[in-house]
Design a protein around this ligand. Structure first.
Ligand code: NAI
Length: 392
């Protein structure tokens, strides 16, 4: 038994609290329940299911519409003197709550990029569900080993063509700084596309289809981001933006294939949110903390679970044609990109300094949410008590 406290290095929290993560999963379940039942597919595969948007989607499917879910994630279990990753506790908590409610759920822990994990998932679908009718692809990963060649690819977050220099924030200390990043090499661009682009999503869908575990009419979705001018050079026009463009092109290809059996592949452009993945992007932390302030003031703020709940109810399964932009994408970033919100953020961006931070940025909201993703700061948990890190 050990006392587990947040330990943060380079914007990454390397500890997580088992009971806090479980409480955070229960809070998301509670939110979905409070919104009432919804009708969506009943046999669901979520790839990247232990955290952020993927976890939220799994919760909406299971607890909003009673779906059976298979969740794939890549997480580290706890040891007697070392906490597990947050996602490991989240998956265990999800399973516990689903079991309690009689909702069929299976976790697969391993590298989704490998053939072995795809094989294991297909076996599980065949033996438990027969087919799946909805596949959510929500991976955010730093590296990928090519299953065909064994080559290792790493993603980088860099501008393309010229150096990036921008205001930024050290979100732990609240100090406004200048962030810089050198432009990516051609190889770095290609590697980032290989990791975060659409190739693995396509491999999954083609494999599921080939093994006949994708139901006729099945829907699949992956998540993209665009964002404002302020982050354009580092995000949408940078390496990660190239990967997102590739993901979006993949959606069009997959959609054409799935259409022949009445199915579809869709991109949802989601809102910028604090997650384990987004906290490490230079400049984006400052943007998010200004955005949170502007959106909370207008009562437009959403977290992962609110975004996913709205995606299901208002877009994917509303019973009407799915509203899409000119590029065929769902725009769940509609409130983030509202002109009054963006204008407020742009003005704050100009004015914000270390001294007046509280006036323009919701740094506390950012930090609280970051910590909550690791199970810290949840009400009702006594963090001074020793806990067993190997279970929730
Ligand atoms: P996250 O870090 O909260 O969750 C990532 C998930 O991927 C976890 O479940 C993790 O276990 C899983 N994962 C990572 N590597 C894996 C591997 N090799 N095998 C199996 N599972 C693996 O990330 P977040 O922020 O929820 O991102 C998910 C997607 O949403 C990404 O495509 C991201 O670009 C997109 N997105 C995120 C936004 C944000 O602001 N956070 C905004 C819009 C889109």
């Amino acid at each position: 038994m050990i006392v587990i406290e947040p330990r943060i290095r380079n914007n990454v929290c390397i500890t997580a609290h088992p009971q806090g993560c479980a409480a955070q999963v229960r809070a998301q379940i509670h939110y979905v329940r409070s919104r009432g039942a919804l009708a969506s597919p009943k046999r669901v595969l979520v790839i990247g299911a232990s955290n952020g948007y993927g976890l939220a989607a799994r919760i909406v499917s299971a607890f909003g519409s009673g779906a059976a879910t298979i969740g794939v994630a890549y997480e580290r279990a706890g040891e007697p003197h070392r906490s597990a990753t947050a996602g490991w506790y989240n998956s265990a908590a999800f399973q516990q709550e689903a079991d309690h409610d009689g909702l069929p759920a299976w976790n697969i822990n391993g590298d989704a990029f490998t053939e072995a994990v795809k094989d294991e998932t297909i076996d599980r679908i065949q033996s438990k569900l027969g087919e799946v009718d909805f596949v959510v692809y929500s991976i955010a990963a730093p590296r990928r080993i090519d299953p065909a060649t064994g080559e290792i690819f790493s993603s980088v977050i860099k501008p393309i063509g010229r150096p990036f220099r921008s205001k930024g924030i050290e979100f732990i200390t609240g100090r406004i700084t200048t962030m810089t990043a050198e432009p990516a090499t051609e190889a770095e661009v290609a590697h980032t596309v290989k990791v975060m682009g659409g190739e693995d999503w396509e491999l999954w869908i083609r494999r599921l289809s080939h093994e006949k575990v994708l139901a006729p009419g099945a829907l699949t979705i992956a998540l993209s981001y665009i964002g404002p001018e302020l982050t354009r050079a580092i995000y949408r026009d940078g390496t990660i933006g190239r990967a997102k463009a590739d993901l979006e092109a993949t959606a069009k290809r997959l959609d054409a294939v799935l259409k022949t059996s009445g199915g579809s592949a869709v991109i949802s452009v989601n809102k910028a949110l604090v997650t384990r993945a987004s906290a490490v992007i230079p400049g984006v932390s400052l943007y998010i903390s200004l955005l949170y302030k502007a959106m909370k003031e207008r009562r437009l703020h959403e977290g992962c679970i609110q975004q996913m709940d709205r995606l299901y109810r208002n877009f994917l399964f509303s019973g009407e044609d799915i509203a899409k932009d000119d590029e065929g994408r769902i725009r769940l970033d509609d409130w983030e990109m509202r002109s009054d919100v963006q204008q407020a953020v742009a003005e704050s961006w100009e004015k914000v300094t270390t001294e007046n931070l509280g006036q323009y940025a919701d740094m506390d909201g950012f930090r609280d949410e970051f910590l909550r993703h690791h199970g810290f700061g949840m009400p009702g948990i006594d963090y001074s008590m020793p806990v067993d890190p190997t279970k929730i």
